[in-house]
Ligand binder design. Sequence first.
Ligand code: G4P
Length: 205
Amino acid sequence: MAPQQDTLCAPFPPLVSRIAQEAVVVDDQILKIDHFLNHRIDPSLMQAIGAELATRLDRFCPDLIVTAEASGIPPALAAALSAQLPLVYAKKYDPDVPTPALTRRVPSPTRGRETQLVITARFLPAGARVAIVDDFLANGRTALALAEMIREARATVVVAAFVVEKLFQKGREPLLELGIPVVALAQIERFVAGQPILAGWPLGS
Ligand code: G4P
């Protein structure tokens, strides 16, 4: 039976309560939670995030986790530790990646320029069942680039999991069109008056 999308994206209370209480919204577009997620890291919360991601990934029977540096690595490593799976991350502009390498260029709004993602081909074995894990799903360009590289390696993307999904940026649509289920621990519906409206989470709680 196909997994229920809503159970894959149920709010994870230890994370969502912190977003509701502590997030800063910049330009009605960017959720700043860099004091616990992607600059300063709260290790206990990251460990809990990893365990929850591992639980939600389990039904897809992945044998490898793939992410992109930099901010994808902490949650992907936490999930990999919890699920006891190997982890591969796409490097950005690394001239030392051994060839043959898989590469994709993606625009990076946070860096204001294009980024080149690079993965050594031998780290993506043909036939592998791959779970993509990243911190944010916004426009989905990073996840799509990773999915393309994984498919080019003749491996299968069985699920894509994110700590935070911004629903109004529609990044899930191209993933679902490729048949890739989406996991999210927190979903931002929109921003209102500098506050994130979180799916399945009453305002003010
Ligand atoms: P995508 O992540 O779905 O591909 O969407 P998009 O191209 O719009 O965003 C790319 C970069 O912007 C990613 O980081 C992503 O994590 C970050 N980003 C998007 N929305 C938010 C947000 O609301 N808050 C924060 N903090 N970051 C956001 P990146 O450029 O790949 O950087 P990094 O992982 O090297 O830090």
